[in-house]
Design a protein around this ligand. Structure first.
Ligand code: RB5
Length: 152
């Protein structure tokens, strides 16, 4: 069950994630969340970095606090997203990790693999991710250390 104070989400996918993305968008909109979709818009073959870059730019610009990226494995999307300053992308295939990555890593992008997990689990992962909030404290220090590395 989705009980989050997140009001707006950016979402993106490649051809491998397109069908699951539609289910996630339906779930989010049914729960009153404003969704901005950066594509792709079909199952025609495309390149996942295009959509990961577009989504990360919007989050960096402050258009929404977080995003969801879906490809076949979720790996390409997470690798690409984590190249961006201020983006903390977490590839999740279980609800425990999805909750903890928000609480401990302050993840702002959830990545999922549509060829790895089914839609039921994917929606539970989305809920776990969005329902959780960052705990701060000692985790703040670690995230600062992580971000500093980008500036060297
Ligand atoms: C596309 O075939 C596939 O490589 C892509 O969706 C993703 O799994 C890459 O990481």
């Amino acid at each position: 069950m989705l009980q989050t104070n997140v009001k707006k989400i950016i979402i993106g996918c490649d051809h491998g994630g397109y069908e699951l993305k539609l289910e996630v968008i339906k779930h989010l909109t049914e729960n009153g969340i404003d969704v901005v979709d950066v594509g792709t818009n079909s199952t025609a073959s495309c390149n996942y970095p295009d959509y990961a870059h577009a989504l990360c730019k919007k989050i960096q610009d402050g258009e929404a606090p977080c995003g969801i990226l879906i490809c076949g494995t979720g790996i390409g999307m997470s690798m690409t997203a984590n190249k961006h300053r201020g983006i903390r992308a977490a590839l999740c295939g279980d609800t425990f990790s999805a909750e903890k990555t928000r609480q401990h890593n302050n993840a702002n992008v959830l990545c999922m693999g549509a060829r790895v997990i089914g839609p039921g689990l994917a929606l539970d992962i989305v809920d776990a991710f969005l329902n959780a909030t960052f705990e701060g404290g000692r985790h703040e220090t670690r995230i600062a250390m992580l971000e500093q590395w980008m500036d060297q």
